[in-house]
Design a protein around this ligand. Structure first.
Ligand SMILES: [Zn+2]
Ligand SMILES: [Zn+2]
Length: 519
């Protein structure tokens, strides 16, 4: 009898363990994402990793690389053809239909975080299991929703410490796109240059011609240099929709580039489509975007629901983490706390006990040493725990209704109004995310109160010969020129649309910055 082999069983090809010592970046990403999801009112949904293969064939599109080459499919014991999810969107669209979510107030805003699977060639440096954060807003065709999603993706990456730029385009609705595809094919046929395309693009010409636009092969790029551009074929509705999205982004000073060759590979995408790259990245040489998504007004109907507009995007978590590492962005250790509450005196301790609960309720990672009396030993503990800031409340502060906020890295102390403690703490822990709420209110206000006024204004702007006539040429301009061109508009609009700052922010009269050395 042969001896049983003791050869260790190894990991599957293309799969990876995430060890405890690598969890810090994951935690960092997840925490930032959760704060944003809460701020923007996105609710978590978990859908199964396995679904019927048919869902992806219909929902992702038969002639996409994902389905043709990368789908992780097999027959199970009962003979059903099932697949590991290659992306989240079709599964969430299925859940939206199956649970009658269209009867609730629209749009339904959902997010998921978890693994997706593609049976790709692991040699190319890609993993067969990787992770995405995925957002969907289903049930509204309003351009403000497009802008809101782009802003969330942008803010998320920014809050992680990455400087990024949004690349965006509109690929129109099915009607304007059909017209464009005919013209694109005519161009390739009539110019006699179809034969210069790479082999994949020769196939795409028949199956998925739009994808020829984002082929990375230089020969294909050259052929396409003079090709017609999709933005010239947008009908009035699609054009207006796109202009409004750009307008919202301008209002919030989001950095973007218009990229007329940006198309998404999936059949159900319509109108706005976007990807986010590092600000200084050469996208033609890039391995891929950090985040990408767009509108998919056709999907719900394709998989059996009523026609329902929707938009979503996904962030590649491994890709983001590798950029954080490359840029040597340090992240807090998993058990690191944000705030330490220190007290001096019996009354102050009682008040600090309440403050401690308030901070934990607000989701701040906070620690204390209420059993200690000396400030020195409390500060030592704060230091050991790696607290970013220490709040100090003594008898004097208690009487003045103030509190001292000490930045442990710089040693700078500020005295702030006691009632504003939680807000001030949040602002110090994460300045980017603390702005988020005011952005959200602004976008909502635009939608609720100014929507009529806004659309009138936009119609007016579109009728103006400058914007209307120059629509195409403005898309050809360098981003800088375009932004300059719009500066006057943005300034004008700001007065109309900006709301009062959130209470408690930017109130220098309440805070006295002074370096401290008396500990
Ligand atoms: Zn259209
Ligand atoms: Zn090609």
């Amino acid at each position: 009898m042969p001896r049983p082999s003791n050869k260790p069983i190894q990991l599957l090809k293309g799969f990876k363990d995430i060890l405890p010592e690598h969890q810090d970046y994951w935690e960092f990403f997840t925490n930032k994402a959760k704060v944003l999801m809460d701020a923007y009112g996105f609710k978590k949904i978990d859908v199964p990793i396995l679904e019927q293969t048919n869902l992806y064939i219909k929902g992702t599109g038969k002639h996409t690389d994902i389905i043709e080459k990368e789908l992780y499919s097999f027959e199970d014991k009962s003979g059903d053809n099932i697949s590991l999810r290659p992306e989240f969107t079709p599964g969430i669209a299925r859940a939206y239909i199956e649970h009658g979510m269209l009867n609730k107030i629209q749009p339904i805003k959902l997010y998921s975080l978890g693994p997706v699977f593609r049976h790709d060639n692991p040699q190319s440096g890609r993993f067969r299991q990787f992770h995405q954060l995925n957002l969907e807003a289903i049930g509204s065709d309003s351009p403000v929703v497009d802008a809101e999603l782009i802003i969330i993706a942008y803010k998320l990456l920014q809050s992680l410490g990455l400087a990024v730029t949004v690349h965006l385009n509109s690929i129109g609705c099915l009607e304007c796109r059909a017209e464009y595809i005919t013209r694109l094919k005519q161009f390739l046929q009539n110019s006699g240059r179809k034969k210069e395309l790479c082999d994949s693009c020769k196939e795409r010409y028949f199956k998925n011609p739009l994808r020829i636009l984002d082929c990375k092969e230089i020969s294909c790029q050259e052929v396409l240099a003079d090709a017609p551009q999709i933005v010239d074929y947008l009908d009035e509705e699609c054009k207006k929709h796109f202009m409004t999205v750009l307008d919202y982004l301008d209002d919030l000073e989001i950095k973007y580039n218009l990229n007329v060759k940006l198309v998404r590979g999936l059949d159900y995408y319509t109108r706005t489509t976007f990807e986010i790259y590092l600000a200084d990245e050469d996208t033609s040489k890039s391995q891929g975007s950090l985040a990408g998504g767009g509108r998919y007004d056709g999907l719900i109907e394709i998989i059996g629901g009523r026609p329902t507009p929707a938009i979503g995007f996904a962030v590649g978590i491994e890709r983001v983490i590798s950029k954080l590492r490359e840029q040597q962005i340090t992240v807090p250790a998993i058990d690191q706390i944000d705030v330490f509450v220190a007290q001096l005196g019996v009354e102050a301790r009682k008040e600090c006990f309440k403050l401690y609960q308030k901070l934990t309720d607000a989701g701040v990672k906070v620690a204390e040493a209420f059993s200690k009396d000396s400030l020195k030993s409390q500060m030592e503990k704060a230091d050991q725990l790696g607290a970013k800031i220490v709040l100090i409340l003594g008898q004097k502060e208690l009487m003045d209704k103030t509190i001292i906020i000490r930045d442990m890295q710089s040693g700078i102390q500020e005295i702030v109004n006691y009632d504003k403690t939680v807000e001030q703490v949040k602002k110090k822990i994460d300045p980017v995310l603390s702005e988020v709420k005011s952005y959200r209110i602004e976008v909502k206000d635009n939608l609720a109160e100014n929507s009529e006024q806004f659309s009138e204004k936009k119609q007016g702007a579109l009728k103006q010969p400058k914007k209307n006539k120059d629509f195409k040429s403005s898309l050809d301009l360098a981003d800088d020129d375009l932004l300059k061109d719009d500066i006057v508009d943005i300034e004008d609009k700001k007065e109309d649309y900006l709301i009062e700052p959130v209470e408690g922010e930017d109130q220098p009269e309440e805070s006295n910055k002074e370096p401290i050395d008396d500990f």
